[in-house]
Design a protein around this ligand. Structure first.
Ligand code: ZN
Length: 316
């Protein structure tokens, strides 16, 4: 693909193409926006356009040796840093600096893409700031962040900021329709909320079944917790929030068209009243927040069961 094929990010594309057409590619850019809206894809295709050997209307040709190498992650001048769970440490930044200060091998510009840039720890950020202040002339640094507010101001202010937005429904449909079955489409569209990356990476249908199965066990009074681990608990609670949200929306509007689940799940506990719904929501939120402090799994199960059960008693 090429930069122009990025769907639903017209504003970002306008800025990208502006820099390409005027040959004014900045030394650093910050691509920010929700997770899964296409920031990394855009960054890679911008890198392709910048280094393309045979550009078409300032965009990449997608067929030359440079474009193909970038797509195959084999271009010697393009470095992509995706942090693992431990964040971005100073030695990673040092490696990036080494790359940046070498002369470009093949491309016109060396490009460093740092995903989840906010994962830089303070030492890494300080070291990185020096590079940003005096970047080598033939370098391009693309920072990607779904949480740009947690980047230091000093870093943000040195980047050209480009904001990405959740995709409108039609754009979403276009991007995900080759991968998502038509009968699942409405549900996936609603739950992924304009973020094609999530729609394509996540198994929304499978998770929904899993969530409902565990909830059914809970309703039948299963007393032993059946979450596999803490991550399973987190994932399950996130889906429970969606259900509680649906129940509240239905209670208020009586309209089923705005529900995220939408196959009768919101009626599982009858027509629950708002007060117990909010209480349950708060209670689950508290549990969700405490999970990082090694909360006991089976105590949590009983607590969550009781919370969900309290919804039933409010049936009319
Ligand atoms: Zn090309």
């Amino acid at each position: 693909m090429a930069l122009r094929n990025i769907i639903g990010q017209e504003r970002a594309l306008k800025i990208f193409f502006g820099t390409l057409k005027r040959d004014r590619v900045p030394s650093a850019m910050l691509l920010s926006g929700d997770m899964g809206v296409g920031k990394r894809l855009a960054a890679l295709n911008y890198a392709k356009a910048v280094n393309c050997l045979d550009p078409v209307d300032s965009d990449c040709c997608d067929t030359c040796a440079s474009c193909r190498k970038i797509d195959a992650e084999m271009h010697p001048d393009i470095t992509v840093l995706i942090p693992d769970g431990d964040g971005i440490k100073i030695d990673m930044i040092r490696k990036i600096e080494e790359v940046l200060f070498l002369k470009a091998f093949e491309g016109r510009r060396k490009v460093v893409i740092i995903d989840d840039a906010e994962a830089m720890n303070i030492n890494a950020a300080n070291a990185f700031l020096k590079t940003l202040e005096e970047p080598p002339s033939d370098s391009l640094i693309l920072l990607i962040s779904s949480n740009p507010d947690s980047l230091p101001d000093t870093i943000r202010s040195r980047c050209t900021n480009i904001r990405f937005y959740p995709l409108p429904l039609e754009g979403m449909r276009k991007v995900i329709s080759p991968e998502i079955r038509e009968e699942d489409m409405d549900f996936v569209l609603r739950l992924s909320m304009g973020r094609p990356g999530l729609a394509l990476a996540g198994d929304f249908m499978g998770e929904r079944e899993w969530f409902m199965k565990l909830l059914a066990n809970m309703r039948q009074g299963e007393s032993k917790d059946i979450w596999a681990d803490k991550n399973a608990m987190k994932a399950w609670l996130d889906l429970a929030f969606v259900l509680l949200r649906d129940m509240a929306v239905f209670k208020i509007t009586g309209d089923e068209s705005d529900l995220l689940y939408g196959r009768g799940e919101h009626k599982m506990y009858g027509n629950a009243n708002l007060r117990p719904l909010f209480d349950a929501y708060q209670g689950l939120l508290k549990i969700r927040g405490l999970l990082d402090f090694n909360l006991n799994k089976s105590i949590s199960w009983n607590y969550v069961s009781a919370m969900m059960q309290s919804l039933r008693t409010s049936e009319k």
